[in-house]
Design a protein around this ligand. Sequence first.
Ligand code: BGC
Length: 770
Amino acid sequence: MKQYLHIDEWCIIEEGFDAHTHELSESIFSIGNGYMGQRANFEEAYSGHTLQGSYMAGVYYPDKTRVGWWKNGYPEYFAKVLNSTNWIGIGIEVDGEPLDLIKVKVHDFVRTLHMKEGYLSRRFTATLEGGKEVQIDAIRFVSLKRQEIGAIRYSVTPLNFSGQIRFTPYLDGDVVNKDSNYDEKFWLEVNKGSDEAKAHLTVKTKKLDFHVTSVMTYAVTKAGQPVSVTPEQAEREKFVSHSFTIDAAQGEEVVLFKYVANVTSRNYGLGQLLPTAEKLAEDAKTAGFAALLQEQMDAWAHTWEESDIIIEGDPSAQQAIRFNIFQLNQTYSGEDDRLNIGPKGFTGEKYGGSTYWDTEAYCVPFYLSTHDPAISRNLLIYRYKHLEKAKENARKLGFKKGALYPMVTMNGEECHNEWEITFEEIHRNGAIAHAIFNYVNYTGDKAYLGQYGLEVLAEISRFWEERVQFAPNKGQYVMLGVTGPNEYENNVNNNWYTNRIAVWTLEYTLESLAYLKEAEPGRYAELVERLGLTEEETAKWQDIIDRMYYPADEERGVFLQQDGFLDKALIPVKELPAENLPINQNWSWDRILRSCYIKQADVLQGLYFLGDRYDLETKKRNFDFYEPLTVHESSLSPCVHAILACELGYQEKAYEMYLRTARLDLDNYNNDTEDGCHITSMAGTWMAVVHGFGGLRVQNDRLLLNPFVPGHWTAFSFKVVFRGSRLKVTATADAIEIVNETDVPADLSVSGNVGTLEPHGTWRQERVKA
Ligand code: BGC
């Protein structure tokens, strides 16, 4: 674990430049606005190790799969979000000597991510080879208000000399994806050009024909006064630049303001790309950097107003939770139902920026409680729009009916890269169904079922119907050859979680059909006809519900992760020599698969999802059995354990798990953050606070809260939206206080006390001392 960042409640701060941690910092200090994202690469040239990354949401490439031995059903391609035009670049020369941090002496380096205001800054002094010293101050952000705009303020001040500073702002489309399967470059040039005031570049992808047009405009000041420049314009393939030289006296600050509009063919016709980007970039320049930054601060103030979490008495936990909330809001803004949330967001290339079950299992609850319901609804609509592809996917695998959603996708097609692991993780279908339940249960928007939800539920149910099989020897239904959430087991029979979530889906689908028949008979009849749903089919679903087999150990009173789990040597993780951990970096795959070690919540994932169906004793027995065997080598693991531990009153364990999820990237816990931050697990961190320490649930149209303050904190508070109201929940050691910040009443149950919190009212409850 590496701790090199300063603890601060609102900022992430790195002091001193260390090339060894640069790629890690490039991930952590990433900026984004849901539409585009940018790793914390330097504007000026840098010849050290770097992962250059400028990403446009939804612009991806179907890179041909790399596989040793082809098998039927293997996806043709692995989709990846593309590293696209580098729009931040600004070459700097000081009296002819290029500025490159690996080649100069760097002093007083400070890189800061300002989470409250939504921008990145960097400040340092560089001593060049000949002894000349310059001070650099750089600020940049991608605008929340004008999503296509990125703005940079880059200043150079000669400290011990007077001389010439040459600036070369550029747009460079000649970029690569580090994860390209065949070292292929994915972009072709369409056009480029420039005049004295601006430059543009349009590139398109070799496949799928995504076009990205970037236009840069800029302004220059010296000692605070505007300077007009006549740039030298240069071009090469997929590249345009402007260069100009400014005479600067010692101590005189020269500032370049660079404004770039990046627009894509996802949103505009090809003919509109250039004029649109030109207008946006010119408007940004007219508004000016200070005004754009003010807009940014206002937009972030609004976001924090809705979703901040305050932790008192533990600045490191405070910083961590804000970092998680900040990154989630940078990744997905929710207006566009064609977009989703990649496990690394825009902070790196791993997982290709594609959609996983992470969205439904981890992210939906965050957006449900912190944003307008339209945002989480769009995440659901994304899957609704992919229903036809999910049906095709099931057909490709030999199923006659039903829908199997992909484990990894960009456009609804399966595109995972690891056949052996993800192929059999059909449990993702269950998470997609469960997210529909979550949305309806949380928002009360039951109309969603008739409009979209039931179609998805019915097709998923059909898949389960065909995927299970009746085992005559047991007189029960079984499900063979699956991989559960614990990817350290492959091709197992009767994974308890998968069997359980499948049956739960069938139950919820039948319940929802019964609801629709009663509430909207016309829509019900229409839907039944459209789906061709028969009584025979629904009777079969009921039969599966009634006669599903679940592996269990009666003696221990636990559900078994899968058939045969007890044949393994059950040695707790804490008895493994420390040098064995993480096992995924120290053991062979064969050894991992044979072992009892669990990568992430599996049975426990089911007990979390379906928490209201199991009593505390059952949860306790299973937690006590499985957690000691769990290595938490997926970032998605600790949060679920933290939530269950809270429910069980295991406060120390809950806090241990919370710390592991909350500072995962800031402390580079898994030693892999240079590949990108674990964005989807950040939603898990939020859940650990709000569902775990806050005890938030929704049952029968009522918001349940049952907060406790972990011993390391003095108090904490969070905000949630619920059915039109916004509530600020504060828990201290002695009391719980809930303030309704809106005109809408909220039905609550607080540690068992039921009531309604009136508009703008305050609910205060002393804790009962044990
Ligand atoms: C986890 C999966 C998850 C994926 C992407 C894997 O390590 O085991 O559950 O979907 O990462 O986050």
